[in-house]
Design a protein around this ligand. Sequence first.
Ligand code: 1GP
Length: 252
Amino acid sequence: MKIHTKISDTIATKGAAYFVLIDPDKIDNDKFPEFLAFCSKAGVDAFLVGGSLLVAGDLEKTIRQIKEHSQIPVIIFPGAVEQVTAEADALLYISLISGRNPEHLFGKHVLAAPLIKRTGLEPLSTGYMIVESGRRTTAEYMSGSNPIPRHKPEIAAATALAAEYMGMKYVYLEGGSGADNSVPDEMVKLVADTCSIPVIVGGGIRSAHDIRNKIKSGAKIIVTGNYLENPNNWSLIQEFAEAVHSRGNIDL
Ligand code: 1GP
């Protein structure tokens, strides 16, 4: 089954989907299988693998390890054209629509398109918006773009609607990995109320409470990464997954 169909089915049956971001640079090889076991048991719906700045990590090796130890689909979250590999199931084909840098809006996509076709990866076209979250994030710096101001949800909503009208399948509200503050709930709500494509929310999410608020605001996919790099937090994966799949119901 196509990954887009799988995600749509998950949203239809569980209310929302939970993605865990894995940065190949941050993996402890000895403990990785244990981490994957926590994710499988919790019902994580997909892994995002990649990063804005891959220094030493081996993307292909990481995906092979995931495939060896779990059945969870793997979606590349590319920080560069080099991060296109047939080992994965799909790829977030992200256009940085909050910025005006032509390379990140369309340029890299032209370079990547023939590679994606050759690998047979399923491209998931995604309008990617970086949202101001406190300190400057790697995503902001690496893309050389200004984030959408936190107190301007109407800019995010208009941008998301434009992405939908352009035919994109998802919009991603990104606070940046390890952000001080996650994307404001008011912004998630206005974007979700304005457009009809699924809203992905990630960056700086560290609690089930925050996840429930995002789900209640209309988020359809939640991404957490940084917080789960510490093994002490792995026991929370289950709680996070339940919060994503709770349909915002605090009693669940
Ligand atoms: C970053 O949205 C993802 O691209 C996840 O962010 O690492 O802060 O959870 P965190």
